[in-house]
Ligand binder design. Sequence first.
Ligand SMILES: [Ca+2]
Ligand SMILES: [Ca+2]
Length: 296
Amino acid sequence: MKIFNHKSLFLSLATLAMLIANQSVFAEDKPSSGKPSLTKAWESRKEFMVPESVLYHEGDQTLYVSNIDGNPTDKDGKGFISKMSLDGKIIKLKWADGLNAPKGSAIYKNSFYVSDIDRLVEIDMKTGKIRKTYPAKGALFLNDVAVDTEGRVYVTDMDEKNSAIYRLADAKLEIWMKGREIQSPNGLYMEQKKLMVGNSGDRTIKSVRLSDKTVTVFAEVRETMIDGLRPDAKGNYIITDWNGRVTLVLATGESSLLLDTTSSKINAADIEYIPEKHLLLVPTFFDNRVVAYKLH
Ligand SMILES: [Ca+2]
Ligand SMILES: [Ca+2]
């Protein structure tokens, strides 16, 4: 019979420790019950400056974070876009700057589009330099951005005095939709041939068919605001209330609160969700971080 020497005993203990460590990581990845829930994956350093929006670009496996830096409606020349890795490391804090208060964004080919209070800014994806700015006539508080397969860019104006969706087409930015159905719209998401709109004014998630602007209500929600809006790729939508709530809204109309950081005064602004990684990215606005969660 072979007796353990110190070295092999140490190796066995080390192996055991590794197994336990792996086990606990694995356990966190497993759903705890049938009810959808979030577990924290990581949080970035507190180096962002009022981050409002996170956008995932599959092509370069990178997250783009819009930093308002200052007041959300101030044209202060301070405002920038950061690049961050999928595990929360800031790659370049000021990848693009010279903005005022950038919020929602979308990417089409080599263009990064971001809303900036009353204009849409087009940034070169390769250099991070501003290529063009498109003023939005009458705009007061431009917010989220989405792009369709033809490269047309949609932008919400959340200000109740100018509730509207603008559209950039043929190098012109004009009002595309306004009226009863569009009330303080914020979050946008482009589905196949319809634009999903988080309408804070009447607390609904709506879809607008691109071809003829037919409006269908997906769900009514109780939240006072709908900031971020993303599909979970299972037919449901994840929304945020800027005050600090993340909610899963089911196609049945039921909803399930996933996260509530309101008591610690941590905001939840324009989220990103990466279905294949089950990864939810929450920009915390005045808390100056991005926090990532796994959705189970
Ligand atoms: Ca600013
Ligand atoms: Ca927003």
